[in-house]
Design a protein around this ligand. Structure first.
Ligand code: ME8
Length: 706
């Protein structure tokens, strides 16, 4: 069986994980899930990098011993990866005894090759990078080119690695293995760096202790990058172990562009010296930035909490956004508006709406069970076209995952989603159903009339397309893929089988079981309407600039890196004109209404609103937010409701208790910052609250408002 071994960088434990770490780990997780589904013997490794001056300093600052300091942060990484549905097979810590042992063994192999000598190092060192910098690479004022902070001067005895010896062999390897460093721009960067000449590398330090002792030389600790890079083989038990035989060389080291040189130059040279095979490929990801500044622990203004986002809009939506929005090698500027836009456009409108309309119509027209497929109809017209599109999507998606382009893999899956929406529009099952009711034998659905066969076939084709889609998006959205399969009535071992394997285009049409019941549950991706959007944006970034109209419409043109917004916006308005049965569950009508020009409503629209007088019983801030309050209201009949209200900029919590307000009681509940919000207090003001609603005399809580 082919093996597939994927790794993430091992993260420094100087602070809790942020969005950048989540990104690399989610990308590696999607790759691991995809390769498992292809039936490959997969091993997925992540972990933490705990030695070196940077961690020693961070621990000292807190007055804790470094190991205890690392233990506390490692727990946060474990929690984060659990919350983000990460399926790593192992978690390596560089403080693990198993790791220390292999670092010592690797040192000895390199030493035995005659590649280590004692010298002394005089030069600049950036503690944040844990890297030596020649003067030529520093910014004016002796600043690190990456962190723009002042570097330290180091002068100490040090062991050196004869890296210069491997320059030619490395260039040769890169030339003969075009896929070794991806994308190509990073390959070119490495080639020009190595061509410029490689110097020998200082690989031990003597001025601090927090590291792995050099074998036989306790006064030196191993340079933290030699220590850290070795994790990729120490997790396998080292070169003699059976796991190493099974998984080495690594199929993919997934890394950020900040650590390219360590992985694409130092690591291959160490491995060549130790007589070990080089990894197959180093896949380099770009940076997520916030307003152009790299998201980093040292920059609090760039902090984006991936776990908070996952709680608020679902873990799969966050995973999808990160992998779909930006191709792996490129940088992306993160905005909350772009996150919501993409959620509404791709997940709520395209996929969510397709699922909803397909299941609704299957319920209505096919008795809620999987209808038969007609091999004959499938041979021509729009039916045949959709079968072809499905096959193409499956092939493209798989190729893109293999080529480390998850964004394109998802795009390929969306080709099928959109084609299926068009297919339903073209086939108009609601018309076929109408024809059927007009037929003389209408009472008996079993009659195999033309319209009946075609109606069944159309619905079955759409259901099969959804089955394929669930499996194509599984690596990125495992939870939603499972929920979608459950909706299609795929249960138990069949679901496990569908989740654990890649779709076969040849089997389109024959995957689902005729007669098995579909399940219409909650909407897969409830649309984030304007009210929810405002509340979420308040919670995520209270000091954000005003929301743009485009973002409010779900028009992706407004947000950061979002692309293709014009077409998405266009589709929304097209769909708004379609009959109800196609769009049940998830409305995008509000996507077309601007605040200045709202459509006229009828009394029956107004009658849908459950407006009541409510009395505020208590109010307190949502921790970590500036504008959000948790408000408890007496809504009459002995019922208390809790809402999250974005009113703290206008009212202090204690000013609110005892006030009567107008309350919308039948707003769909949402969870904001982990708090379930069940309703809405009406207030004046658009983006900013100018005043709360009130009644001009005392009336009992619960009194209806009309
Ligand atoms: O460098 N955007 O650890 P680290 C995208 N311990 N990805 C980002 C990011 C951002 N803004 N910020 C961080 C180290 N990353 C070493 C690695 S490996 C043997 C040792 C991701 O905690 C990106 O993948 O600084 C980057 O390479 C990694 O986190 C660095 O994490």
């Amino acid at each position: 069986m082919t093996s597939y071994y994927v790794t993430t960088p091992i993260y420094y434990v100087n602070d809790a994980p942020h969005l950048g770490h989540a990104y690399a780990t989610i990308a590696a997780d999607a790759l691991a899930r995809f390769h498992r589904a292809r039936g490959e013997d997969t091993f997925f490794l992540t972990g933490t990098d705990e030695h070196g001056q940077k961690i020693a300093q961070a621990a000292k600052k807190q007055g804790i011993e470094p190991h205890a300091f690392a233990d506390a942060i490692v727990k946060r990484f474990h929690t984060a990866w659990k919350e983000l549905d990460i399926t790593n097979d192992d978690f390596i810590r560089t403080t693990d005894p198993r790791h220390k042992q292999i670092v010592a063994a690797l040192w000895r192999r390199i030493e035995a090759a005659g590649d280590i000598y004692l010298g002394s190092y005089d030069g600049h060192y950036c503690i944040a990078c844990e890297a030596f910098y020649p003067d030529s690479q520093l910014l004016p004022g002796n600043l690190c080119p990456l962190h723009q902070s002042e570097v330290s001067w180091v002068s100490e005895p040090s062991y050196f690695f004869r890296m210069s010896k491997y320059a030619a062999a490395l260039l040769d390897h890169i030339a003969t293995h075009p896929g070794f460093i991806r994308p190509e721009t990073y390959r070119n960067e490495v080639v020009s760096f190595v061509t410029g000449g490689l110097r020998d590398l200082s690989i031990s330090r003597t001025t601090f202790q927090w590291g792995i002792p050099v074998p036989g030389q306790d006064s030196h600790v191993v340079y933290v990058w030699l220590d850290a890079l070795t994790n990729y083989i120490s997790a396998l038990g080292g070169p003699e172990a059976s796991l190493f035989q099974r998984y080495w060389p690594a199929s993919c080291h997934l890394i950020g562009k900040d650590i390219l040189r360590f992985h694409a130059v130092y690591w291959p040279c160490f491995l060549m010296s130790a007589g070990l095979t080089l990894p197959e490929t180093i896949v380099v990801t770009g940076f997520w930035t916030v307003r152009g500044t790299k998201i980093a622990k040292s920059m609090p203004a760039t902090r984006v909490d991936p776990i908070g986002l996952a709680h608020d809009i679902g873990v799969d939506a966050v995973r999808y956004f990160l992998l779909r929005e930006v191709p792996l090698g490129a940088d992306g500027d993160f905005t909350y508006e772009a996150l919501i836009s993409r959620y509404n456009a791709d997940l709520a409108n395209d996929l969510g709406n397709l699922v909803s309309r397909t299941l609704t119509m299957t319920d209505k027209f096919c008795g809620g069970v999987i209808p038969p497929y007609s091999a004959e109809l499938a041979r021509s017209g729009p039916h045949a076209e959709l079968v072809r599109t499905a096959a193409q999507s499956i092939r493209d998606s798989s190729e893109h995952y293999i080529e480390y382009a998850p964004s394109r893999a998802l795009e390929a899956a969306w080709n099928l989603v959109r084609a299926t929406n068009r297919y339903i529009d073209a086939c108009q099952p609601w018309k076929l159903a109408k024809e059927l009711t007009n037929e003389p034998n209408a009472g008996s659905r079993a009659t195999a009339t033309g319209a009946g066969i075609e109606l069944d076939h159309v619905m079955r084709t759409a259901l099969e397309a959804l089955y394929c889609t669930a499996r194509m998006v599984m690596p990125v959205m495992p939870e939603k893929a499972a929920a979608l399969l459950a909706g299609l009535g795929v249960e138990g071992e069949f679901r496990a089988e569908a989740m654990g394997s890649w779709p076969d285009p040849q089997r389109f049409g024959g995957e689902l079981e005729v007669g098995s019941a579909i399940v219409r549950g909650e909407a897969l991706f409830p649309r984030i309407d304007k009210t929810t959007q405002t509340a979420l944006l308040d919670a995520w970034s209270p000091e954000r600039p005003e929301v743009t109209e485009g973002a409010a419409r779900g028009d992706a043109t407004s947000g950061g890196q979002a692309r293709g917004g014009q077409t998405r916006g266009g589709r929304s308005s097209e769909r708004a004109a379609q009959p109800d049965v196609q769009r049940s569950g998830q409305s995008d009508a509000d996507a077309t209404a601007s605040s200045a020009d709202r459509p006229l409503v009828t009394m029956s629209d107004v009658a849908k609103l459950d407006l009541r007088v409510a009395t505020i019983k208590s109010a307190r801030p949502v921790p970590g937010t500036r504008n959000l309050l948790i408000v408890e209201l007496d809504v009459g009949g002995g019922e208390t409701r809790r809402v999250v209200a974005g009113i703290a900029a206008a009212y202090r919590a204690e000013q609110l208790v005892g006030r009567d307000v107008i309350f919308l009681a039948n707003l769909k509940p949402i969870t904001i910052r982990g708090v379930r919000s069940e309703g809405m207090i009406l207030a004046a003001g658009d983006n900013e609250v100018l005043g709360l609603s009130a009644v001009d005399r005392k009336v009992p809580a619960g009194t209806r408002v009309r």
